[in-house]
Design a binder for this molecule. Structure first.
Ligand SMILES: Cc1cc2nc3c(=O)[nH]c(=O)nc-3n(C[C@H](O)[C@H](O)[C@H](O)COP(=O)(O)OP(=O)(O)OC[C@H]3O[C@@H](n4cnc5c(N)ncnc54)[C@H](O)[C@@H]3O)c2cc1C
Length: 385
């Protein structure tokens, strides 16, 4: 709703994506609000538009776009439904980008080209029952054996695990080093003996977004399942999460912007005591507070993306974006519900769903407390960006 000066090609892209969301994706969002899982045709619609492989190189069938375009698309898709950007992330986010950056030519050729066509989905398996915020405490263990590795352990809360074809599994390969060079990333295909997707959970957010347990029991993978170098898995995970935080921030920003729009429309349309809600100072202040928060969040996010594109370090700023945008979206959607009154609490209403969806983002992909930890540590160590 509140536009900011951006490069002309990005502004044009924003208009196109917004048109596409309104014209093509709205029916899918409505179907999911009525409780449907992924409606048939949704993946194909995102694939046709080139969004699924948006960040993958053209040689792998992707659109070869940069971080700014990716975040802009995520922001706009989120205005329609949070599952749209989540689907895009499973094809162009954490695991795909880690493969594109660190994979061997054979790994890239095997796994990347199917993603833009919507023929494959990925999952990123780091969290465990005893290791969420404290990711360095993972216990999943990979031991070398002739010509490969045997993995044992359990992962938890893994997005898309029930539908993923490929898992990037983080496992300890050197317990003495742990997170400091003792963790390795393994590409494990669905169907590999010993990999079992366990209980599938639905969160308080949208029904279509599931998380699941992934059990690895004597799961044997070949040597070339290692992504990047042995012992570099944790570094690779943190690098992926760094960009993931900007994607999450974009999703929160897009949702908050849409909620502000709906708040304004409702305030104008609804009359009480003989006048529109919009005439009441109490309502105007809610709208004003949300507008300021959306605008400042957008400035911080876009500035961080520009800094990253310019090659400057942005670890601390990415955490600021994730923290600020997710908390801001929680407040904006809460005001939107208040302005909608009882209607805002009814199942199937966009503000009701967004209220539940936005709660997830203060915990997933690094909780607010963890982001504060990263920001404070960065400042105390004198890190730039
Ligand atoms: C919707 C969703 C999708 C997810 N998808 C994935 C996925 O695809 N892959 C994956 O690997 N993981 C995934 N996760 C897991 C996610 O990364 C973890 O939930 C998150 O890191 C927090 O870990 P936890 O839930 O175990 O909370 P805990 O680590 O148990 O923390 C509990 C609470 O204590 C706080 N806390 C913890 N330590 C401290 C501290 N030192 N100081 C102050 N406060 C602290 C936390 O902020 C949190 O509020 C997903 C989670 C959600 C909600």
């Amino acid at each position: 709703m509140l536009e900011m000066e951006i490069r002309p090609e990005l502004a044009e892209m924003r208009r196109e994506v917004r048109r596409f969301v309104e014209a093509e994706l709205r029916p899918f969002a409505e179907a999911m609000d009525r409780g449907s899982d992924y409606p048939p045709g949704l993946t194909e619609a995102l694939a046709r538009q080139g969004f699924l492989g948006i960040r993958l190189a053209e040689e792998h069938g992707g659109a070869g776009m940069g971080l700014a375009q990716y975040c802009l698309v995520q922001e706009e898709l989120a205005r329609g439904h949070p599952i749209f950007p989540v689907l895009v992330a499973s094809s162009s986010g954490l695991t795909p980008m880690a493969i594109q950056r660190h994979g061997t030519p054979a790994q890239k050729a095997r796994y990347l080209p199917k993603l833009p066509r919507g023929e494959s989905r990925t999952a990123f398996a780091l969290s465990e029952p005893e290791a969420g915020s404290d990711a360095g405490a993972i216990r999943t263990r990979a031991r070398r054996q002739d010509g490969g590795w045997v993995i044992n352990g359990m992962k938890q809360f893994i997005s898309n695990a029930d539908v993923a074809d490929l898992f990037l599994v983080m496992a300890v390969t050197d317990p003495e080093k742990g997170g400091g060079g003792g963790v390795t990333g393994f590409l494990v295909e669905r169907g590999t003996q010993g990999l079992v997707v366990g209980r599938v959970d639905r969160t308080m957010g949208t029904d279509a977004w599931t998380v699941a347990e992934v059990m690895l029991h004597d799961c044997v993978v070949p040597e070339d399942a290692v992504l990047g170098e042995v012992g570099q898995g944790f570094r690779l995970a943190l690098e992926a999460l760094d960009e993931g935080r900007l994607s999450v921030a974009s999703i929160c920003l897009g949702t908050a912007d849409r909620m502000l729009e709906l708040s304004v429309a409702q305030a104008k349309a609804r009359r009480t005591f003989g006048a529109p809600l919009a005439d009441r100072q109490a309502i105007q202040w809610m709208i004003a507070d949300s507008a300021v928060e959306v605008a400042t969040a957008r400035s911080l996010l876009y500035e961080t993306i520009r800094a990253r594109e310019a090659g400057r370090p942005t670890g601390v700023m990415a955490s600021m974006c994730k923290l600020h945008c997710s908390e801001m979206a929680g407040r904006v959607v809460d005001r939107a519900v208040q302005i909608h009154g009882a209607m805002g609490l009814m199942r199937g209403q966009p503000v009701e769903r967004a209220f539940r969806d936005m709660r997830l983002f203060r915990i997933g992909e690094g909780s607010s407390e963890v982001q504060r930890m990263v920001i404070a540590r960065g400042l105390l160590r004198g890190m730039a960006g």
